[in-house]
Design a protein around this ligand. Structure first.
Ligand code: JFZ
Length: 491
């Protein structure tokens, strides 16, 4: 990605494009740039091995399911968890008021954090991102700093506590999703505060935000990170001095805390990456329903990709008809695509207002879990393999073991991999990960002129069939024949 275009795109605009490059010679002076550079402590090493995550969108919007009184909000609200912003001819009269009173009925009888955590564990998730407070401002913990929280609903407990306990007990790390922007907070200002009155109001809002974030850290010391959201409005963007101080304070308060790139921007308004292209946070947090084109474009930054199952809509969406929902095969493919580029893949679940997962989600969790269990060593801790990409599927590597997750099985059952001609490590043995069956490996130097690669063929057993992707596990070792020797033999 060209650094200059990244800079121009990032300033004052919406989300910066992820994968921006590092510092360069004509760096601008920046006072509110990154507070951390690539970390290699235990928390970030764990992050790199999460592989698969679960996103949970749960809140009062889950009661609505993107509709009200049988009327769909599909064309009138940007996404199911945005239903409060429903406008246009389909919006019910007095809708915002109705929504703002929904918390009085928020008492999900089937909410069972232990069940969710077990399901996530069975799916193979190693971290969870939980919506502690979405854009509507409703806090799922009993915050001391706003009345609009779970303790005012009929639900008799602290959902954030229950989630943190249940997932932590399963060995799943917890990240707290937190929206800065709040639609109906009287202190919130969207534009850059101008009048003294607006400045005073927004200052109160900033203090409130800081209080809530510190409160979350203090109440839930087990939480490993923040997944910040709603940080795009000009008011927050203009608060770069405050947000810089805030990030420092959060990191001091909780050493090891992982914070994505969506918390803040520099003083030029560049978000995710500062105006010189340096990452603002511990990992790239801009890969939302999109994926990097190549490993190289990531410049070695850590990243995750969060994905909804329907095209958009993260909170419960009762009616999926007419929408393509990603299948287990889609999710497995996206997971391995992310792993082949050193990223984590986070799949979203939007339980209904009673706290029940939808049947499609239950099924997906089971199917993805079965696949991930059977192929775990190719998913984690395996990482990017420094080899040409393969059209057959995705490569991951762990030391001397190379994995090819095969999504496109060749019709002739010859899985051909390109390896640089001067590689000191090449595939020497292969087997099917699923059953250990040994596969023949042949060196196939097909000898293209000027081709920097040589090729290794893994012969897939014609008798082996499966209805999902499968993994070929290869031992890497010293090549027994070099391309030159093959040439000599042929001449
Ligand atoms: C945000 C929220 O507005 C949304 O409701 C949901 O919680 C999602 C996970 O996060 O939506 C975004 C934020 C950033 C981008 C897109 C949607 N982005 O970077 O393209």
């Amino acid at each position: 990605m060209a650094p200059l275009s990244n800079f121009t795109r990032a300033v004052g605009s919406g989300e910066a494009s992820p994968g921006s490059s590092g510092p360069r010679a004509d760096d601008l002076p920046i006072r509110f740039g990154p507070l951390v550079s690539r970390r290699d402590d235990a928390a970030m090493r764990a992050f790199r091995e999460y592989g698969l995550g679960q996103f949970l969108h749960f809140g009062v919007y889950s009661l609505a399911g993107n509709e009200w009184d049988g009327v769909s909000a599909r064309t009138g609200a940007p996404a199911s968890e945005w239903i409060r912003a429903w406008t246009g001819p389909t919006a019910p009269a007095g809708w915002k008021d109705t929504y703002d009173n929904l918390y009085r009925q928020f008492n999900p009888a089937n909410f069972d954090a232990v069940r969710w955590a077990r399901q996530a564990k069975d799916m193979g998730a190693r971290y969870v991102i939980f919506t502690t407070k979405h854009h509507d401002g409703f806090a799922l913990w009993p915050t001391a700093f706003s009345d609009y929280n779970i303790s005012r609903s009929p639900y008799p407990g602290d959902m954030v506590r229950e989630i943190v306990d249940a997932y932590t007990a399963e060995g799943i790390d917890v990240f707290l999703y937190f929206s800065v922007l709040e639609w109906d907070n009287p202190d919130y200002v969207v534009g850059v505060p101008g009048t003294p009155e607006e400045v005073a109001r927004f200052d109160r809002f900033l203090a409130y935000t800081r209080n809530q974030l510190l409160e979350l850290l203090d109440r839930y010391p087990e939480a490993k990170g923040f997944w910040m959201d709603g940080t795009w409005d000009p008011s927050w963007v203009a608060s770069h001095e405050f947000t810089h101080r805030l990030e420092r304070e959060l990191r001091e308060r909780r050493p090891g805390l992982v914070i994505g790139s969506r918390l803040r921007n520099d003083e030029h308004g560049a978000r995710h990456f500062d105006s010189n292209g340096r990452l603002l946070g511990d990992y790239e947090q801009g890969w939302e329903r999109k994926l990097p084109d190549s490993y190289e474009a990531l410049n070695g930054n850590d990243w995750d990709c969060v994905m909804s199952l329907p095209p958009n809509g993260w909170g419960y969406l009762r009616d999926w008809s007419g929408l393509y929902a990603k299948t287990s095969d889609d999710v497995i493919e996206l997971l391995m695509r992310c792993r082949s580029m050193d990223g984590n893949f986070v799949v979203n679940f939007g339980p209904d207002g009673s706290g029940a997962m939808r049947p499609e989600e239950d099924r997906l969790a089971r199917e993805v879990g079965a696949w991930v269990r059977a192929n775990a060593e190719a998913v984690y801790p395996a990482r990017h393999a420094d080899l040409p990409t393969s059209k057959l599927g995705y490569l991951t590597q762990n030391g001397d073991i190379l994995y090819l997750a095969l999504f496109n099985r060749p019709v002739n059952n010859v899985a051909r991999l390109a390896v640089p001609k001067d590689a000191t490590q090449v595939p020497v043995r292969a087997s099917l990960l699923t059953n250990g069956q040994i596969l023949e490996v042949r060196h196939a130097d097909i000898g293209f002129d000027l081709d920097p690669h040589t090729y290794y063929d893994v012969i897939l057993p014609s008798g082996f069939s499966t209805d999902r992707a499968f993994v070929v596990r290869m031992d890497l070792g010293t090549p027994t024949t070099t391309a030159e020797e093959l040439m000599v033999a042929k001449m």
